[in-house]
Design a protein around this ligand. Structure first.
Ligand code: FAD
Length: 570
């Protein structure tokens, strides 16, 4: 099942017909956002429509186009405006700035090719190498780090974007071993539909689930919301098949092996620079009999973090732990309050909690449990005891149910915010438990300071919030969201320049704080173009040269996704 591209937003999130439903209270919600950002009212900053965007003509000669058509069939080689714009960029804040301004420069694919299988993909890669073209592997295009930007090297004649989404079948399910092999271009919902029809699940549900693919999850080393139970990509990938410039490559898929380093670790996080992943063998689980999501309030972020640490270190079988800091807890409550004004009972309940010490600094923890009925029921009792020991108070299943029902909806809010001159950006990292709180404070301070220094005007304010959403025995991730007024220009091109510079300054300050404070440059978004400048610090010179050697070994001509992951040599 391939999604009809034309039903998707080419310059924003998701289905073109879908929006974040604000209902009759929409004016109150925008008024709340304006007030929170220190604005009298929000601006108007519409996106440039598709016919008006600047786009160079395709650089491919007729022979190359004819050869591509011979590989895939004519209708699977696209050079029209919509396809080229849709595939020019991913979904990062900077991508959206460019797409909305209609200013793509020459970073537009010269053709978008949709292969049907691994063999066609290999033929496309081979042709690209022979003709001196760059190849950009493209799954859902939901990269938020510049991973699918249609870039080419100085000597390359053009860019072919290889859209993998025609490759979407479940190939084999080994019910005895709990493994499945699927084609890599399968979107999340279709993947789960095929597995669940047979009683199994991969359980990988990133917030981008509906519009991202298996190959993208592996290539970007992603994490689903229930990673506590199902694991991050590196935990569930067992083997892969790739079309590389050196030919087809299969990695091993043994349950365990001592035959040297596990080469799946090279495929995980390879971001398209080694080849196109055409198939992946993954660990699957029986569909859980019971799901239980509920909320706890803590007096402080520190207390909540201590509970999360104890839950994972005592190996309570949790699927999801999501601890919001005080700002995020406040925002979620205020935003929901603007949509649905709280009734008397809720207001009284909130006052009682405040009186008991769950006041301004209170933090919400969502605990998600999935699995066999008895295991979930027991984990529910244990997790409640642990939360209470750290001063947590149960607020029941309603917050968990609400979160679960709307878990893929928040991204739909970004486009209407941009239409009103409001930036939304996210950053994520991970570190050891012993460093989590100091790093949290350092990054938070760096973001606030950079937003203030680069503010559209001195009265502007920002919403900066954070949550812990992936926890391990040795540490956890920190995920920051920031919402701030954009520096707008008089024209879309001027806005791209001023808001782009504003973003770059904030991004640099936050990432420096992250890396210098002992965090990784990314926990699950990947590197792409945006985090590449920090790769040398994270990997060190020897580590980086080892990765470069692998790249040269598989892709001597540098055809695969140039300009991503590895800094240019020299
Ligand atoms: C609103 C939103 C929410 C998100 N939430 C999450 C989240 O919860 N967890 C998370 O991990 N990420 C999240 N992301 C980031 C993004 O969805 C992930 O990185 C995802 O794994 C990308 O999958 P994709 O199919 O869209 O890949 P793409 O964006 O198409 O590609 C990502 C990278 O992988 C490469 N690639 C893609 N397919 C292949 C292939 N078959 N072979 C080789 N290389 C390939 C591309 O070249 C690129 O470098 C989110 C993004 C958005 C916009």
């Amino acid at each position: 099942m391939t999604l009809d591209r034309r039903k998707l937003r080419w310059n924003g999130w998701g289905w073109a017909h879908a929006t974040f439903e604000l209902g009759a209270r929409e004016p109150a919600v925008w008024a709340y956002i304006a007030e929170a950002l220190g604005r009298d009212k929000l601006a108007r900053s519409p996106a440039v429509p598709l016919p008006d965007i600047h786009m160079p003509g395709s650089r491919l000669d007729q022979q190359t186009l004819a050869d591509l058509q011979a590989i895939t069939g004519g209708e699977h080689v696209k050079t029209d405006r919509y396809e080229r714009a849709f595939h020019a960029r991913g979904k990062s804040y900077l991508d959206l700035l460019r797409l909305r301004a209609g200013e793509l420069g020459d970073q537009v694919p010269d053709a978008v090719v949709y292969p049907a299988d691994a063999e066609e993909t290999q033929s496309i890669v081979d042709l690209a190498v022979t003709r001196g073209l760059a190849v950009v592997p493209f799954g859902g295009g939901s990269s938020v780090v510049g991973g699918v930007t249609a870039m080419r090297g100085a000597s390359q004649a053009g860019v072919l974007t290889v859209d993998t989404t025609r490759m979407h079948q479940l190939l084999t399910l080994d019910a005895t071993s709990h493994t499945a092999t699927l084609e890599a271009g399968v979107y999340g919902p279709h993947l789960e539909q095929q597995l669940q029809a047979r009683g199994y699940t991969l359980g990988h549900y990133p917030q981008s689930f509906e519009f991202s693919t298996l190959g993208g999850w592996v290539a970007a080393r992603g994490a689903g919301q229930q990673s506590g139970r199902y694991g991050k990509a590196e935990k569930w990938l067992l083997g892969a098949r790739l079309a590389t410039p050196r030919g087809p490559w299969h990695t091993e898929s043994f349950p365990a092996s001592a035959a040297g380093p596990n080469l799946n670790q090279l495929v995980l996080g390879s971001e398209g620079i080694l080849g196109v992943i055409t198939e992946a063998t993954v660990r699957v689980h029986p569909v859980p009999a019971l799901k239980d999501y509920r909320g706890y309030l803590f007096k402080t972020f520190e207390a909540g973090a201590a509970a999360v640490r104890e839950l994972v270190q005592r190996q309570v079988p949790v699927a999801m732990l999501r601890l919001s800091d005080a700002d995020e807890t406040h925002f979620l409550q205020a935003f929901s309050g603007a949509q649905h004004p709280p009734g008397a009972a809720t207001r009284i309940g909130s006052s009682v909690l405040a009186w008991r010490g769950y006041g301004e600094q209170r933090c919400l923890l969502l605990v998600g449990l999935e699995g066999e009925r008895e295991v979930v029921q027991e984990a529910q009792i244990t997790s409640r005891c642990i939360c209470e020991r750290h001063g947590g108070v149960s607020i029941g299943a309603s917050p968990g149910r609400k979160w679960y029902a709307r878990r893929f909806m928040m991204p739909y809010l970004r486009d209407p915010l941009l239409d009103r001159g409001v930036a939304v950006e996210t950053l994520e990292t991970s570190t050891r438990w012993s460093n989590l709180l100091p790093l949290y404070r350092d990054i938070d301070a760096a973001i606030r300071d950079a937003i203030q220094t680069n503010a559209a005007d001195p009265r502007a304010r920002a919403i900066v919030m954070c949550h812990v959403s992936h926890a391990y025995e040795d540490g956890a991730s920190l995920y920051f969201t920031m919402v701030f007024p954009q520096k707008l220009g008089d024209t879309p091109a001027a806005t791209l320049e001023s808001a782009g510079a504003q973003w770059a300054a904030i991004k640099r300050a936050a990432t420096e704080a992250m890396v210098q404070g002992g965090g990784t440059v990314s926990h699950h978004h990947g590197v792409g173009t945006d985090h590449m400048p920090w790769m040398a610090t994270e990997k060190g010179p020897i580590g980086l040269s080892a990765l470069e050697a692998v790249k040269r070994g598989l892709d001597p001509a540098g055809a695969m996704n140039p300009g991503k992951l590895l800094p240019p040599a020299g």
